[in-house]
Design a protein around this ligand. Structure first.
Ligand SMILES: Cc1cc2nc3c(=O)[nH]c(=O)nc-3n(C[C@H](O)[C@H](O)[C@H](O)COP(=O)(O)O)c2cc1C
Ligand code: SF4
Length: 366
């Protein structure tokens, strides 16, 4: 029996095997999303997340949303389809690290992508450093509200995205606060832990919470968000104490997007399993289940990661976009039929950047 195909528990939830679809936002209509993610469920993935679900009223209303009755109805429909395919559904919770009202105004006036990026980058430091404590408490409550909404809509778990605002608060570079949220590593971990504690209190002890822990590494020029990888132990221990059941390792999103979703010829992250050095570091500090994404694609390599205990479950985004049947083909010893992702970033990530229809260049049918 392949270890990849054995079940695992994240908190109280059992996954049917060790392969999950990493959060993957898609430029598709609701029906197309339900259809495509349904194919990923039918193809054997154990857990599929809805990526980037905003937690604060005022963030853009998406078709799959925890903030509106219609968004929640759409989530219920998606979850019905995922469950029909035997997969679990997870909600990835996140919050911007800039003033929502200012950004929405830019969207309304039709600002270009570059203008929006500049707005975010210019205001980031000031926003993090001056966010009043009452607003912080409100933000913590909003994460808990969103988690509760996810639970009530039928999601099987939530993932708290340690990106964006939580990433900036965690970073010694981006956070210059002088209060209890800035300075020492413990202080910089405080907001993440308060969010995890509030979510745990709200969803009860049996609802699984995963934390996507996004770090930077001073030894590699790839952004400055999140804790430095050498500070990770403080975060892991504190988040576990706060009630987190599992971790997903990642590189900070305060970098260029190609660093977190690296193309084939990336100057640093060119190899399969390019972010495993982050999960290796997390595993030194916890016995909770740990997963990691990053160009994982080959069945033998993934099997070895699980069999050796280097990872507890495998997260894949682009490989499951390229072939939603990956798990089934592995289970049926049809590995040679797997359509291997070439990490071109054209149809999947490219479509988000150019606001065109999400697809894989290997299959125009998506
Ligand atoms: C099209 C696309 C959309 C993504 N959307 C999200 C997202 O909403 N939230 C997130 O945390 N990561 C997102 N990611 C990053 C993936 O979850 C994953 O960490 C990254 O692609 C590396 O894994 P891979 O090599 O298996 O693709 C996205 C990646 C792609 C390609
Ligand atoms: S478009 Fe390219 S990177 Fe994206 S899934 Fe297809 S082969 Fe992989």
């Amino acid at each position: 029996m392949k270890q990849l195909l054995t079940p695992i528990r994240l908190g109280s939830m059992e996954l049917r095997n060790r392969v999950v679809m990493a959060p993957t936002s898609m430029m598709l209509s609701l029906e197309e999303k339900i259809d495509f993610l349904g194919q990923v469920a039918d193809g054997g993935a154990a857990l599929i997340y809805v990526g980037d679900m905003g937690v604060e009223p005022g963030m853009p209303a998406k078709d799959l949303s925890l903030l509106t009755p219609e968004g929640l109805d759409n989530c219920r429909r998606l979850l019905g389809r995922l469950h029909q395919g035997g997969a679990r559904g997870g909600a990835q919770l996140y919050l911007w690290d800039y003033d929502p009202a200012g950004l929405m105004e830019l969207y309304r006036t039709g600002a270009t992508r570059e203008e929006i990026r500049a707005y975010k980058d210019d205001r980031l430091g000031e926003y993090v450093d001056t966010l009043p404590q009452e607003r912080i408490q409100e933000i913590v409550d909003h994460f808990a509200d969103a988690a509760q909404a996810a639970q009530e809509a039928g999601f099987d778990m939530v993932q708290i995205l340690g990106g964006h605002l939580l990433n900036s608060f965690s970073s010694g570079y981006l956070n210059h606060r002088r209060d209890a949220y800035g300075g020492s590593v413990e202080n910089r971990a405080r907001l993440a832990c308060q969010v995890a504690e509030a979510v745990r209190r709200r969803v009860g002890k049996d609802f699984p919470i995963e934390y996507k822990l996004a770090v930077h590494d001073d030894a590699i020029p790839c952004g400055q968000g999140g804790p430095d990888i050498r500070e990770i132990g403080v975060f892991v221990t504190a988040l576990e104490k706060a009630g987190v059941d599992a971790f997903q390792a990642a590189l900070s999103n305060r970098s260029v997007i190609e660093d977190t979703v690296p193309p084939r010829n990336h100057k640093v992250f060119s190899e399969e399993g390019c972010f495993l050095y982050v999960s290796d570091e997390i595993k030194k500090h916890t016995s909770l289940p740990v997963s990691c994404a990053g160009k994982l694609s080959s069945p033998d390599f993934c099997e070895e990661l699980i069999a050796s205990g280097r990872l507890d479950y495998i997260a894949m985004s682009r490989q499951l976009v390229a072939d939603p049947q990956w798990v089934t083909k592995v289970a049926q010893n049809r590995e040679s039929e797997i359509r291997r992702c070439i990490f071109c970033n054209k149809g999947c990530l490219g479509s988000l950047l150019t606001r065109q229809k999400f697809h894989c260049v290997l299959d125009n049918a998506h």
